[in-house]
Design a protein around this ligand. Sequence first.
Ligand code: NG1
Ligand code: ZN
Length: 562
Amino acid sequence: EAQRSLLLSSAVRFPPLEGARLSYGTAGFRTDASLLRSTVFRAGILAALRALKTRSVIGLVITASHNKVSDNGVKIADPTGEMLSQDWEPFADSLAAAPSPDHLLKGIIEFAEFEKIEFDGRKVEVLIGRDTRPSGQSLLEAAKLGIGSIIGAVAVDVGILTTPQLHWMVRASNCSTQASEFDYFEQLSRSFRCLMDLILGGSESNEGNDKVVVDGANGVGGEKLLVLKEMLNLKDLEIEVRNSGREGGVLNEGVGADFVQKEKVVPSGFGPQDVGIRCASLDGDADRLVYFTAPSSSSKIELVDGDKILSLFAVFIKEELSILNKEPDASTGDDYQCRIGVVQTAYANGASTDYLKRLGLEVFFTPTGVKYLHQKATQYDIGIYFEANGHGTILFSEPFLRWLDAKNNELSSVAKGSEQQKAALRLLAVSKLINPAVGDALSGMLLVEAILRHKGWSIHRWSELYHDLPSKQLKVKVVDRTAVVTANAETEVVKPPSIQEAINAETGTFAAYDTCCLKAKYPQGRCFIRPSGTEDVIRVYAEASTQDAADSLANSVAKLVD
Ligand code: NG1
Ligand code: ZN
């Protein structure tokens, strides 16, 4: 009874949205910030219920990532730091859509009964983090009230954080006592220094390569990177941060990883003075990372995207594993069949997939959205996943890490200081450096920097791993994006039925007997469409052997959608 009246009294303060119906999409609820208060309040309730159900610390993140500064969003992190379990998403949608406080209350009671959630007053915590958006403060208050309206749930404001920091803290809170932001920085800097100590001896000279300039998207990432830099106190790597937000630029406007990856031009604040220098760009909440170099003449940058970061990680891990398994004299006999898997989406450049398969790796495709990639990656001993846009990480299975630890212990008595033991130590350091909860631009960047140093590679050498097929992305505004339904990791449209045929005809995917006499319309052409999970648009992706062909394929398919 007390629970009912508490809920009703706060719910009346957050009237539901008229008209706009939000759904818990690729990355939670996202829309114009002015429309979000009621949804964030309800997301607070959802997070509190999730905490009661799991009896664990849950996270609530207020961010709209790479979207414009006037947007905002809210998503929930589960006890492991992963995205909210998908079986709760329909409930999230119905909470957000409840037309009145009474409906809201009824929905909550029914769901709580169904999920056997007990309101026994035992204390559970929800950590709330937010990005630098000005709307964050008022949405934070709404989230707190939502959480506070569930008896037993306690809101903990952990301040302005990168999205991956919050996910990391939730995970850490549930398995250790060291779960503060300081502990996050400590862990990253300790494991990075450890990795650097293990590679410095063997690396070639790195002259001219000891600097990286980072675009912080005028968001939270630049500021946090400056803190990390202080803690790292590096002598052999200079990190310069631009667009940290201190200079007054607008979040994600002409800056940031999404802009750089989609437009393929330098972010503002970068220019001819940076030719030849390794540059990186974070997105607004620092869960995406891309690298690039500034062009000397043309306006297009050399882009090193998520696919190439994935490829670099895969090359490195594969090499370390083979060093670890290949020294017969020091071998301790107990081999472990380590399954490495790579997870991509349809947006992965075709050239990257070819390259990864040539390396002998198993490549798996999931729909867009890290919740799908992450889940698949957990099925391997070492699962490496990345979206082309730069969101990704590496997951290590518990059994593999236990084996690696034991192997390292054995090697330290029979082959101390050998390359084989160093390989074990390097892999262990990587597992501590990389964020196990979610893609993290800061930890990802440190790993890239360590691997480049280890291999003595410039960004150009890295970029030459393979050549991207030219590609083009467009978005088409539509009234109802849910009218398009896809299958096969989004590579095929199943509804409306005629569209896929039209796309095939446009791409030149003919029946086999045609190919001897007809030239394919677009050599190496590939094109797919899908509804965005974060915007009211249908996205079109095309790739082909030339930029003109990719542009024209994307344009003609976009016309089919309109
Ligand atoms: P949508 O709007 O569903 O395409 C975008 C990205 C996703 C993911 C989410 C979350 C592309 C093509 N899509 O999703 O990969 O990062 O935003 O931020 O980049
Ligand atoms: Zn992001």
